[in-house]
Design a binder for this molecule. Structure first.
Ligand SMILES: [Zn+2]
Ligand SMILES: [Zn+2]
Length: 503
């Protein structure tokens, strides 16, 4: 019971930057009753936060009425099994596509968690039963269909191009005799997708007064600054007679790269005689699901290039020992998990091989060590290898909107009383907040990270320090070398770059 009177809610970001995404909303009713729900429940995938994964969630799970999941990335749904283990009894709402992919992804995360726990001599953080329980209580919502999750709360999942199945979520909270409190959670957001036309926010939602909780991963950057060079690089590298090992995420990136390779074949830019391979169990499952997905435009579902083969433990050795030119796609995107761990030691010393990272290479990651080897060498499991491969990377596949694209969506959202910024590196959040203020279309902008906002029918009541979550930031670092996708360093106190990482 709350001592405060009135109808309002508090919202807290339980993640400081971009990883371990989880928002806690507590609705306060005039009779003193409260109701809590969460939006996303993600794993921490970046140092120095990973040690937080096996800690208890910073709320009483049994008191959470329901959970909304925006999309199937581990840093948004990877701690659902922990939520179950801790006694959550409500329902989880997401799209059918997210649920379909999530059943495989959560099992994949489980295997990685078991491996990590074994290495660190820890007990597993959760069991397969917790995964099953999470899936059993997951309800599927159709896009733009309003669902009552309880007598006072309606949710509407909205289209989003971030990932197949991803959604922004509109929540309407009502109370007898009071005006509704409306919140639009953008989730990780992108206005476009190569797979389909992304639908705009419906008119009826635009008209309603609302608070928008927006991501800000690339809030520091304009879409005009993105450099696209992948489709030029691939024919050029192949023209030099080299093979390519392309590191991809299991959902989204693997399928997008296959689609682009097929287009390059069709345009005659790369020869269909060069075989294309895909290794990684989860990537293969997802690829088959994409081929059958009704969410994808029909003519695009046939996206496998010619001369394409799946690789598994039966034919992997042949792929490695065959010295002919090839394009090999493998998980993980950062080369630190999955079959990439087999290919890197095999290929890293070869002069006729190129390593191509299709995701952002974060500082001090394994990928960064390959990209910037010390004295031309890298140590893997105690063995030193010469790094002779050329290393390429690109951030052009990023599935996040840039500042101008989010601002244009925020304008379209209409009747916005308050914008709360979260899910971005600290400096990105600040730069993005300033960009929104400069665009002057909304009355109030606040940075949510590490704060709790108290919001009523006229928008923000106050913003205060969060009692729920207090994480010590990593040690301050001086300027790092310029890298694609990295926020330009503007002051010395700028912290380690953390980015939303995908499976
Ligand atoms: Zn994401
Ligand atoms: Zn994210």
């Amino acid at each position: 019971m709350s001592s405060k009177k009135g109808f309002f809610y508090t919202i807290t970001a339980l993640h400081p930057e971009v990883t371990g995404s989880c928002l806690l909303v507590t609705v306060h009713y005039p009779d003193g009753n409260t109701m809590m729900f969460i939006v996303d429940c993600g794993l921490f995938q970046e140092k120095p936060y990973t040690q937080l994964n096996n800690q208890v969630l910073p709320f009483t799970s049994s008191k959470i009425q329901f959970a909304l999941i925006t999309h199937n990335h581990a840093d948004h749904n990877g701690r659902l099994p922990i939520l179950m283990k801790e006694g959550f009894k409500g329902k989880i709402y997401t799209t059918a596509t997210t649920k379909r992919h999530m059943q495989f992804s959560l099992l994949d995360d489980y295997k990685i968690m078991l491996m990590n726990a074994k290495e660190k001599k820890q007990n597993p953080w959760y069991s397969e039963t917790d995964i099953r329980n999470a899936l059993e209580c997951t309800e599927c919502c159709n896009l733009e269909e309003t669902v009552y999750v309880n007598k006072n709360v309606k949710v509407t999942f909205l289209d989003n191009g971030h990932l197949l199945g991803s959604a922004s979520i509109f929540v309407q909270i009502s109370c007898y005799g009071e005006e509704d409190l409306n919140i639009l959670f953008t989730g990780d957001y992108k206005p476009t997708s190569i797979w389909k036309e992304v639908r705009k926010i419906p008119e009826w939602i635009r008209e309603l007064p609302k608070t928008v909780v927006t991501e800000s991963t690339y809030g520091y950057m304009e879409s005009s600054e993105v450099e696209c060079h992948f489709e030029k690089d691939i024919p050029k590298i192949l023209g030099e007679g080299k093979s390519i090992t392309c590191f991809v995420f299991a959902q989204g990136r693997a399928q997008e790269v296959l689609y682009l390779l097929k287009k390059m074949q069709e345009r005659g830019e790369i020869s269909t005689k060069i075989p294309i391979y895909l290794d990684g169990n989860l990537a293969q499952i997802n690829t088959k699901m994409y081929q059958n997905s009704e969410e994808i435009d029909e003519e695009k579902r046939d996206f496998l290039p010619e001369n394409f083969t799946y690789v598994n433990k039966e034919n992997r050795q042949n792929v490695i020992s065959d010295s002919r030119q090839k394009i090999l796609l493998t998980t993980s995107g950062m080369a630190d998990h999955g079959p990439a761990c087999i290919y890197v030691p095999e290929f890293v010393a070869r002069k006729d091989m190129v390593f191509y990272f299709t995701g952002y290479v974060s500082k001090d990651s394994f990928a960064d060590k390959i990209k910037n080897p010390q004295e031309g060498k890298i140590k893997i499991k105690g063995i030193t290898y010469e790094v002779n491969v050329d290393v390429y990377s690109t951030s052009e596949f990023s599935s996040h909107a840039k500042a101008d694209e989010i601002i244009s969506m925020l304008r379209e959202a209409g009747n916005v009383q308050l914008i709360l910024i979260n899910h971005g590196q600290k400096e990105s959040q600040q730069i993005f907040a300033q960009k929104i203020i400069d665009a002057s279309f909304v009355k109030k902008v606040e940075i949510l990270s590490e704060h709790t906002a108290l919001v009523g029918k006229f928008g923000l009541i106050k913003i205060m320090g969060s009692k729920l979550y207090c994480i010590k930031m990593p040690k301050e670092e001086n300027a790092t070398t310029k890298n694609e996708g990295r926020i330009p360093v503007r002051r010395k106190s700028f912290k380690n770059y953390l980015v939303c990482r995908h499976r």
